[in-house]
Design a protein around this ligand. Structure first.
Ligand code: SAM
Length: 185
């Protein structure tokens, strides 16, 4: 069966993120991607995870505690627009899940302006062959505008520096998420 965008996001990260690596979860939410990345980088790696909502940090802390993964994760309650204030090392991967916190306030959504700043920061930090993965939910109010701006930005990245892939089911109702993968050459 074909993988959905979420499953494929993990497949694409697994191929490039290894033990001891430094990576970013730009939209921590309930911590599922943070947990996945924490397992990939192992004891001596680092995951920097960002969210603006306290609830996200609380839920992620609980998930990491349950799985003994807190030691390698830095949880940061700040906008991903400020990634460059916290991360200076080279990264091998980053993930964004654009939209709202599942089970939380549906009006607290990601917005194009900060999302694009964060993507640019991740691309600056990304090592050669590393990947920035965007899983774009866009069925909620404001989602289509953010998606359009993200697609405009990513599709105009210089092909000599980056490969950009879009992955989506085209015959499904209810706006299934669209995956955009950026790989640095
Ligand atoms: C779709 S959810 C992420 C889901 C998450 N990956 C998971 O595994 O549960 C999007 C998250 O982005 C967060 N968010 C919104 N604006 C943000 C910003 N400027 N910086 C960081 N996180 C932000 C929201 O609070 C929300 O938790």
């Amino acid at each position: 069966m074909l993988e959905n965008a979420l499953q494929y996001s993990h497949t694409l990260l697994k191929e490039v993120v290894h033990a001891d690596d430094i990576v970013i979860d730009a939209t921590m939410g309930n911590g599922h991607d943070t947990k996945f990345l924490a397992e990939l980088v192992g004891l001596n790696g680092t995951v920097y995870s960002f969210d603006i909502q306290k609830l996200a940090l609380m839920n992620t802390t609980e998930l990491l505690n349950q799985n003994n993964l807190t030691d390698r994760v830095k949880l940061i309650q700040d906008s991903h627009a400020n990634i460059d204030h916290y991360v200076t090392e080279t990264i091998t991967g980053a993930i964004f899940n654009l939209g709202y916190l599942p089970g939380g306030d549906k009006t607290e959504i990601t917005h194009a302006s900060s999302t694009l700043t964060a993507i640019e920061s991740c691309l600056e930090l990304l090592k050669s062959n590393g990947r920035v993965i965007l899983v774009c939910y866009y069925g909620h109010p404001g989602g289509k505008d953010e998606l359009a701006q993200v697609q405009q930005f990513t599709s105009n990245l210089d092909q000599h520096q980056y490969q950009v892939l879009e992955y989506q089911f085209t015959n499904q109702i209810h706006h299934p998420p669209i995956l955009i993968a950026i790989e640095k050459r």
